[in-house]
Design a protein around this ligand. Structure first.
Ligand code: FAD
Ligand code: SF4
Length: 509
């Protein structure tokens, strides 16, 4: 009798133990469904890259001798939801058993579990063999603690995997964290590495997606899709990054530039999140670059922390707190997103660049996401759930388990401070220091009041004033509130009036 094994679009890991033996009784099922294109409005490249990578993966499995059933988006037999297709395929193959790899998203996990309980046949969910920690490990690690500090978990992981640990069992260089040495603005040198990513032409696939009536936004770029679509391509991207990007990753991790979009970031998040690359191999390659003298410790440690620390940590937060987590709105923000989130058409040059780049490439790096787009959204009081849907749709690497805690928690403080010990906000001074965006902007980063004043400035003070009741007790914000105290009177009144006016006309900024 047959067994079906479902492979989801973000489970394209050829090293999974499932694929190590060939069994004629096992049929691997991959499907392109409207359920997945439509749960949120997606960037065209995200839909295209996932479908194209799934097709490549199916070809790879067939070539290795496995039986594969691939349900294309325009296949007449496609019922367009995962459960409906599975029910039909179980019948078609007269299968008695179904297996799937544990999904990373709560919505899919629930859907599959519920569907399976109504069926007569046997079912099992197996490990996806991708992450370095289990779904619930972080909740156990932090049990009983009020604040779940990423840094604690990160050290635990470094010790467990012996990463950057010296012969005495101490962290290399005598410190766990070298952020102090990182985070410089980029003066234009060293030059950005050459973009070594592959180039694909997927116009035919894009036409069939469009023909099915799938809605999307952003540039399709079907004829020159720049994302790695299989493990070999992902490994080549990893190799190029370790050689050319990693040595400067730390120095310019937080820098932004209108002439360099990528700077020294890896652009590996898509390959990691669809599981073409394993996080351990990525961090081990980075570690090897340190030991061979090819990259400095501060850069390597900073990079490893993103993957072994942040990436695993946000996943743990997600599983510990879903489904309630998605509804949090601690600051009670309800302002709709301005229209320029879908066009980049704003006079604020930092946002024009960060959003314009996101629409064009389906990617922006961490500081653009956090300190430009997220910063503005939080200061302006945008609805965190609407913002979450925007982030989930626009980025090539956006899957809810990683996107939601980053957007709702880290960026919007909507979880009331579970992830971020204080809200990540700044006035124009930070953006001016870390980028060249302010040069040539319609607004003046130094002015607080008047027509030409940068909107970030008045919004910044107004934000802390509006949320005094909730935030003034936070010991990390003592200095901000002492400064605000000194501004009471006409100065603060004028800033509040300016902020009120800005918030009333977000669409026209
Ligand atoms: P690099 O800067 O080269 O970093 C290396 C890797 O570290 C990344 O590929 C990623 O796997 C990991 N990483 C870095 N920061 C984080 C983080 N905060 N959380 C989890 N992993 C991290 N990342 C996603 O993968 N998907 C998302 O949907 C996503 N949404 C975000 C939303 C907001 C509001 C913010 C502030 C951050 C978000 N991030 C998300 C984290 C981060 O911005 C991206 O992982 C990174 O920009 C991807 O580009 P890169 O591969 O060049 O990263
Ligand atoms: Fe952004 Fe203000 Fe600088 Fe313009 S002046 S780029 S709006 S921070």
């Amino acid at each position: 009798c047959h067994c079906l094994r479902l492979v989801l679009g973000d489970q394209l890991n050829p090293a999974h133990s499932w694929f190590q033996t060939v069994d004629a009784q096992v049929v691997y099922v991959l499907m392109e469904v409207r359920q997945e294109t439509d749960y949120v409005l997606h960037h065209a490249q995200k839909i295209l890259a996932i479908f194209a990578a799934m097709r490549d993966f199916a070809r790879h499995l067939r070539a290795a001798g496995h039986r594969v059933r691939y349900v294309a988006v325009d296949d007449p037999s496609n019922r367009q939801t995962i459960p409906d297709n599975l029910t039909a395929l179980m019948q078609h193959y007269d299968a008695q058993r179904i297996e799937w790899q544990a999904p990373d998203e709560w919505r899919l996990d629930e859907q599959l579990r519920q569907w399976a309980t109504d069926q007569a046949f046997a079912s099992a969910s197996v490990d996806s063999e991708h992450f370095l920690s289990t779904r619930h490990e972080i909740a156990e690690f932090f049990a009983g603690r009020k604040q779940w500090l990423m840094e604690h978990f990160y050290r635990h992981m470094r010790r467990r995997f012996g990463l950057l640990i010296d012969a005495q069992g101490k962290p290399e260089g005598g410190k766990w964290n070298f952020d102090h040495d990182n985070r410089k603005p980029w003066p234009g040198t060293p030059a950005e590495p050459v973009d070594a990513r592959p180039q694909h032409d997927h116009q035919a696939l894009w036409q069939s997606v469009q023909h099915c009536g799938v809605n999307s936004f952003g540039d399709a770029q079907a004829a020159r899709l720049r994302w790695p679509l299989n493990r070999d391509e992902a490994l080549a991207c990893l190799q190029a990054f370790i050689q050319d990007g990693l040595p400067h990753f730390g120095d310019f991790e937080d820098a932004m530039s209108s002439t360099g979009q990528r700077l020294f970031h890896s652009l590996l998040s898509f390959a990691l999140n669809v599981k073409m690359l394993h996080p351990l191999e990525v961090v081990q390659r980075a570690q090897a670059a340190y030991y061979s003298g090819a990259a400095p410790l501060a850069a390597v440690e900073g990079f490893i922390r993103q993957i072994m620390g942040w990436r695993e940590y946000v996943r743990g937060i997600y599983w510990a707190h879903m489904p309630a987590y998605a509804q949090h709105n601690a600051l009670d923000h309800h302002q709709p997103l301005p229209h320029w989130f879908w066009s980049g058409d704003t006079g604020m040059r930092c946002l024009q660049h960060a959003i314009g780049q996101s629409l064009h490439t389906a990617h922006a790096h961490h500081i653009q996401r956090l300190m430009v787009i997220g910063n503005f959204a939080l200061l302006a009081g945008l609805d965190p759930q609407a913002l979450h849907r925007w982030y989930l749709g626009i980025y090539i690497d956006a899957f809810e388990w990683v996107e939601l805690p980053n957007t709702l928690g880290m960026s919007q403080w909507a979880d009331g401070g579970l992830i971020a010990t204080k809200p990540y906000v700044s006035s124009a001074a930070y953006i001016h220091r870390m980028s060249d965006y302010c040069q040539g902007c319609r607004y003046d980063h130094k002015q607080k009041l008047g027509e030409r004043a940068c909107p970030f400035n008045a919004l910044y003070w107004d934000f802390f004033d509006r949320h005094q009741a909730l935030l003034s007790g936070n010991h990390r914000l003592g200095m901000v509130y002492r400064q605000l105290q000194k501004m009471h009177g006409p100065q603060l009144d004028a800033l509040k009036a300016q902020a009120l006016q800005i918030r009333a006309r977000l669409d026209t900024l």
